[in-house]
Design a protein around this ligand. Sequence first.
Ligand SMILES: Cc1ncc(COP(=O)(O)O)c(C=O)c1O
Length: 466
Amino acid sequence: MSQLRRSGPSTAGRVAAGVPPSGDPASSRDPASSAAPIAPHLLPLTAAVGADGRLLVGGVDICRLADEQGTPLFVYDEEHLRARCREAVAAFGPGVAYGAKAFLCKSMARLAREEGMLLDVATGEELSIALAAGASPSSLVLHGNNKSAEELDTACSLGVHRVVVDSSDELDRLVGALAARRTGPGGSAPAPQQALVRVTPGVEAHTHEFVTTGREDSKFGFSLASGAADAAVEAIAAVDGLELVGAHAHIGSQIFRLDAFVQEIALLVPFVKRHGLSELCIGGGLGVAYLNGEAAPSIREWASVVHAACASAGLAQQVRVTAEPGRAIVATAGITCYRVGTIKHLPGIRTYVAVDGGMSDNPRPVLYGSGYEAFLPRAASSPRPLPARVVGKHCESGDVLVESARLPADLAVGDVLATPVTGAYGFSMASNYNRLRRPAVVFVGDGKARVVVRRERVDDLLRLED
Ligand SMILES: Cc1ncc(COP(=O)(O)O)c(C=O)c1O
């Protein structure tokens, strides 16, 4: 068995300079290397190839796992998840939270907590799953741009670590939630609920680009430029039982250019200083490589650019600087396995490879035009000379999983086909479109596989119906 060499295209020298590590995700495939085997840096940390060419992750044969568990199947490398959580805690300290929307189930919540991360939850439902996993309220940060009275009541009565205040209307509801809290022992006032104010800094960044806008066009948070964020600080300070400890901003997702964060920090630090706040959360958003030719900064590199930017903007050392990575923790830890059902060669046009999942287990290609790779776990280091489009089984022509895939020439119906880097925003955005049952989720490690979310059954689809 050979461990795969993981070094991807280097980001060295480009990270600090803010030069994108690669081009646009949809167009960064290098034609010269496009028949190359799947790049090892797109596979989970413990990926290895056996003497027979088959992929093992966590010591588990992926084809055999797919045979046993059925497909589609989300497979996560537990060691990879733990390594990324540890890296985040080492880089940012104990206030760093896992952006749970990227992938949340009880086992993931437990794992992130075991590795010392807080949990950023964006809804009452995510909060309930975190609690069901045994996370203490004091490890939860509640986000959301339209928190209901019920969500705020729950968060305040439990005493979560931080509530992030997103709007004036929400602040009104928060006043009600705080007033409804039960008194403490002996009738004493409950401890103040600690809060962050969500600021819209006017920097927006996605994938490789970022822009600074004078007028923040966002549904989230209070505008910095208009003075709404300063007014919000005053309004929060006037609420009994609420303690404003810091500022929060999130500038986008799948960000490769670390200078976008430098820009964010340059705008936020004067605000933090002006209001004497003790915490600055820069949000999540660090990008990951999805395609062979791509490379992304590591969490450690991200943190070091962030800390340097805070220092050069004059942020006092005692201000706690935190972050909320989601994708960067889980994306590369996960692969999705499918079964090939049909192969349709259209001479002079293209080859369609249809698998047994689709936009219901990975809506990102349809939603965002996101690019992915595909490979066969039975031939994990084989060249992939066959250009093909990998599509799902939904009744939509747009149901595309990999628009420009490359696959081994001996691809056959019945093969297990895998898409790497599908650990983030796949399971969490999955749907029952066409009433497909959502796939199982399996964690692998130490030669063993454990089902952490079982595959839905038809009774699950019917259980809410008359
Ligand atoms: C407030 C907030 N924090 C953290 C995240 C996690 O972002 P990512 O998965 O890009 O790191 C998000 C994602 O949208 C977010 O909205």
